[in-house]
Design a protein around this ligand. Sequence first.
Ligand code: SAH
Length: 214
Amino acid sequence: MNDSPKQKGLRKKLVLELIKKGIKDKNVLNAINLIPRHFFLDLDFVNFAYVDKAYPIGFNQTISQPYTVAFQSEALELKKGDKILEIGSGSGYQTAILVLMKAQVYSIERINKLYRKSKKILKSINLMPKKIIWKDGYLGLIDDAPFDKILIAAACKEIPTQLIKQLKIGGKMIVPIGNEKNQIMNLIIRLSENKIKKIEMGNFLFVPMLKNKI
Ligand code: SAH
């Protein structure tokens, strides 16, 4: 796959747009600047790769909007070496951003064909996460828990309490919560064994988080 000077230039413009929209984390912006988003899109949409929008990736799913990817990554205050569970690998674009930011990434996807496709792309650009797995994300990864951070890229109807149990004390989860039309981004901090703090961070739109792998 080719990453042309034009595409690199469009990426720089996208970074400036994200800064205007409020993204500040230099590591996040650097990752957006370096990862060729057009590698993760179907041919029909390659020309729109650096437009700040979500696009179809098949199976009724979408690649997240760059602003959303940046927002979720920034909210988690990712540090090098952080162990992070990502639910909803989708195209693999967000996964690549997290790997480039030097997190230890564990990513789960429920749709087998998307799982296989994203894995192939991530391998080809040398940004494989620690683990990428075809599974129902509601189950998390008990054997690899606890995690410093959990990023959920699909909308949950309510706080996924079973996943909070896989978060370290002091760990953070970023998750959109709501119905198909109206969701609020929640930053959840696990304060103790049974106590959480919830911070609401505005409206977003995601595809729903669904049960069972297919
Ligand atoms: N950040 C991804 C966004 C993917 S869209 C990207 O930029 O490409 C959300 C993804 O979550 C979809 O691929 C969908 O199949 C997946 N998903 C939904 N419910 C899930 C579940 N229970 N477990 C794992 N993945 C799930």
